[in-house]
Design a protein around this ligand. Structure first.
Ligand code: NDP
Length: 329
């Protein structure tokens, strides 16, 4: 049956201006790092995209290497787009990246112009797209001059293969340099994608101020610390959780007693606010207007619906913020 998106999807979501650009992003974006590879159930992946879009999420975040196997998330997303979203391409923002290992030999990794240009060509073929909305350099490359990498991003925009460019995992000093080079090239940096959550706060030490001063958006990834900032691990490891099923990026060693007791304390604060912990963790990021969107992952459609309810309350009292800071110390 032909997919018909929910007609009231845009009234359910908040849209935030991405820095000083003209582009607005949904306050929650969906990432395809996990749950979209060839190893995953395709119908579930398809339902995740539909559920997100039905609830006003317009921004979908990919990378060349998402899967497994690498590339398969883009392939599956391309299939879903062709099956269900043909008429909705202009209502979607689709991002992809290059910067981590993608193919063998010296041209399939890091930040050379050769790698970035070739990788985006491959990504577009896998997704069956003419262009990406946002193309990111996924991580800084100490061995390639920043000018070359930024030049590649500029070229890609001039070729019409991406509309905007972004940086990911750049620390403040290298981000500042890259932003300056892009400005001089006439292709301004749109957005920065750092790891940021209650458990990982390095961006508060200079990056957020830099981005605000430069008029650049910020989209934190792993805002739930891959699921740790939910109530799911309070009483053991559920069989369908990332700790049980992935093991690579998140495993039982991350579930220390100290961490679980912090999660329990945060969970109590969330309960007092009338939220689930996952909702409070997202709201805590979104309370800051410098955050354009939070980039969630989901293994089940219900999690998306659950997480969007974070938007019902993104205001925190001074007391609540202080209590949270004390717990996180
Ligand atoms: P999160 O921190 O949001 O973790 C997502 C996981 O948490 C889900 O897969 C699910 O895991 C669990 N979860 C999500 N919502 C709920 C809920 N409401 N209740 C209970 N559990 C929930 O983000 P990710 O780590 O997945 O990262 C998000 C995106 O960020 C990626 O898809 C990718 O696009 C991007 N990213 C970018 C990186 C970069 O270097 N630029 C690096 C990493 C990610 P479970 O399996 O346990 O159900």
């Amino acid at each position: 049956m032909l997919y018909q998106p929910s007609p009231d999807r845009y009234s359910k979501m908040e849209y935030r201006q991405c820095g000083k650009s003209g582009l607005k992003l949904s306050a929650l974006s969906l990432g395809l790092w996990h749950n979209f590879g060839h190893v995953n159930d395709f119908d579930n992946s398809r339902n995740l995209i539909k559920t997100a879009f039905d609830h006003g999420i317009t921004h979908f975040d990919l990378a060349n290497n998402y899967g497994p196997p690498p590339g398969s998330a883009e392939e599956n997303f391309g299939k879903i787009l062709a099956q269900d979203f043909k008429s909705y391409r202009d209502q979607m923002i689709i991002s992809t990246k290059a910067g981590y290992t993608m193919w063998e030999g010296p041209y399939g990794d890091w930040g050379s112009k050769k790698y970035l240009v070739a990788s985006l060509d491959q990504s577009l073929k896998r997704m069956k797209l003419d262009y990406a909305d946002i193309f990111y350099h996924h991580r800084p490359d100490p061995a390639t001059p920043l000018e070359e990498t930024m030049n590649a991003l500029d070229l890609i925009v001039r070729q019409g293969k991406a509309l905007y460019v972004g940086l990911s995992n750049y620390r403040p000093a290298e981000a500042a340099q890259a932003i300056q080079i892009l400005k001089e090239l006439g292709t301004p940096c749109l957005i920065h994608q750092p790891k940021y959550s209650m458990f990982e706060r390095w961006v508060e030490d200079g990056l957020l101020d830099l981005l605000a001063n430069e008029g650049i958006g910020c989209i934190p990834f792993s805002p739930l610390a891959q699921g740790l900032l939910t109530d799911k691990y309070l009483h053991g490891v559920p069989a369908d959780s990332r700790v049980a099923t992935s093991g690579v990026f998140l495993n039982a060693t991350h579930l220390t007693d100290e961490r679980i007791s912090k999660v329990a304390e945060l969970n109590a604060v969330a309960e007092q606010r009338g939220q689930k912990l996952a909702q409070m963790a997202l709201a805590w990021l979104l309370r800051d207007q410098r955050i354009t969107s939070v980039l969630i992952g989901s293994s089940k459609p219900e999690q998306i619906v659950d997480s969007i309810k974070a938007l019902d309350n993104t205001t925190f009292s001074e007391d609540e913020l202080q209590t949270i800071n004390t717990i996180l110390k």
